[in-house]
Design a binder for this molecule. Structure first.
Ligand SMILES: [Zn+2]
Length: 277
């Protein structure tokens, strides 16, 4: 059966709503950066978190078996320290994040990469820090960006879109008298949560929420601009996955720069607080 354009259009959330109930939600509070786009969700947070937790555990056990999990205790401690300062700020965007089972791990791999899966499962590749020679503030910019994807449940949103599309195609098949195919959720997770790039809208939400998180945690938000400039320079030579799913261009850097005045008072307040302590 041909996957023609009109069939894909049929597979929108309105169709899914008729079949299974599609919720329009806003996963986070807007913060000073003002992210308030409502999101169409077909899958529940619990479904996606369970699948993510399973996928994360699998990656940890594979890394452990290969001897590449948290192989450098000093790096692991450093990444953890930065991540914990950011995690402490997440309730500003969603109070329930304070109860998430956050995990932070470092995979020894010479590739710049990092991700945070649904429910707060963070992974940083050693190559991100060593190859790009990141400062703590630059590391906070990348980890903050990934935490923001998790807070906004972008994977749940992408998976819901993919699921609705599959469901729509199945319905078209059923109407045509063909047998309805099984929807493979697990395959969707692997596909969407780990390898597919997020939309540009999602990327820019993660950029500005991440910027606010790092400022509130007392990291100079200008480091976010620096780190994307470093990525841009590194991207010219390599084919790393993170760089391909996170294109660092002039627009991204300019948008971040434009947001710095908005979060600057938060950074100053946090830095002053640290000075007192
Ligand atoms: Zn991203």
């Amino acid at each position: 059966m041909m996957k023609s354009r009109w069939k894909r259009r049929l597979a929108g959330c309105w169709l899914a709503a008729a079949l299974a109930g599609c919720a329009s939600v806003n996963t986070t509070q807007s913060g000073v950066v003002g992210v308030n786009r409502s999101q169409s969700m077909l899958l529940s947070s619990q479904q996606v978190e369970q699948l993510s937790a399973r996928g994360y555990a699998q990656q940890l056990s594979q890394a452990r078996a290969a001897g590449v999990l948290n192989a450098d205790p000093a790096l692991k401690a450093r990444v953890n320290r930065v991540a914990q300062r950011l995690i402490a700020q997440t309730p500003v965007f969603r109070p329930d994040a304070a109860r998430w089972k956050w995990e932070v791990n470092v995979l020894k791999k010479d590739e710049p990469n990092a991700y945070a899966m649904a429910g707060g499962k963070i992974m940083v590749y050693s190559g991100l820090v060593t190859q790009l020679k990141l400062t703590d503030a630059e590391l906070a910019a990348v980890v903050g960006h990934e935490i923001a994807h998790a807070l906004r449940e972008h994977s749940r949103e992408s998976m819901s879109q993919a699921y609705a599309q599959q469901m729509g195609l199945s319905l078209v098949g059923a109407l045509a008298g063909l047998q309805q195919s099984q929807l493979d959720l697990a395959a969707l997770v692997g596909d969407v949560a780990l390898s597919k790039p997020h939309s540009r809208t999602m990327e820019s939400e993660a950029d500005i929420i991440g910027l606010e998180l790092m400022a509130r945690a007392g990291y100079d938000p200008n480091a976010a601009v620096k780190v994307w400039q470093k990525m841009q320079a590194a991207g010219n030579g390599g084919g790393a996955e993170f760089l391909s799913t996170h294109p660092s261009g002039a627009t991204r850097i300019r948008d971040l720069q434009a947001r710095i005045p908005q979060v600057w008072p938060l950074y100053q307040a946090a830095a002053a607080g640290k000075g007192r302590g």
